[in-house]
Design a protein around this ligand. Sequence first.
Ligand SMILES: Nc1nc2c(ncn2[C@@H]2O[C@H](COP(=O)(O)OP(=O)(O)OP(=O)(O)O)[C@@H](O)[C@H]2O)c(=O)[nH]1
Ligand SMILES: [Mg+2]
Length: 196
Amino acid sequence: MSHKTPQGGDSLPKIVLVGNSNVGKSSITTYLLKGVHSYVGKIGKHPGTTLKIRPLVMPQNYEIVDMPGLGYMASKGRGLTKHVWDIIIHYLEQNAKLVRMAFIVVSIENFRRNVEKWEVVQIPIDMEMTEFLRELGIPFKIIANKIDKIPLLAVKDNLAMIAEKMQVPPSDIFPVSAKLGKGLKEVKDFVGSFFK
Ligand SMILES: Nc1nc2c(ncn2[C@@H]2O[C@H](COP(=O)(O)OP(=O)(O)OP(=O)(O)O)[C@@H](O)[C@H]2O)c(=O)[nH]1
Ligand SMILES: [Mg+2]
């Protein structure tokens, strides 16, 4: 298993997907790449499916970068989680000027539980990522994925909580179900608006 990050010489603008393990980053990336690349990376039932940073070049000369998951990965151990955080942070620092937009993907089903569980001990990882992106001056939006997993009323409540915790206006959140294909066109059109 290699954890090499792509080395310099790669000056294309980038769209980056970050977030906890198992939230659906690779599923969303697969949709964004449809018709261009048939295979992105694995989509898995188990957290920690994507382990390498592998940018994919689009015909409009930008890259889509599906990141490994940030959070705890059951089968891989804590050491690897820290390692993944470090390589992602390093990548973002090195490429800050080239990243046109970062999407922080969260699972709308798990966000509330994660925040309530972690916030007493330390800053939850998604919130830490917003701080980090703000420091680097990288613009970001939130994708609240897996809306198919909870009732509509809970979707509304959780969207409000995500906006509050991530300190973004509600209009910065894309509600999505990668499974049902809901909300994905909005994300794709938004990405497309950067690279006409
Ligand atoms: N119900 C539901 N399941 C989803 C949705 N999006 C993705 N999944 C499932 O969630 C699991 C994880 O999806 P991935 O796309 O591999 O998630 P990831 O964020 O890339 O995961 P890592 O690479 O481990 O960080 C897979 O079993 C997907 O089929 C969704 O909108 N709804
Ligand atoms: Mg993945």
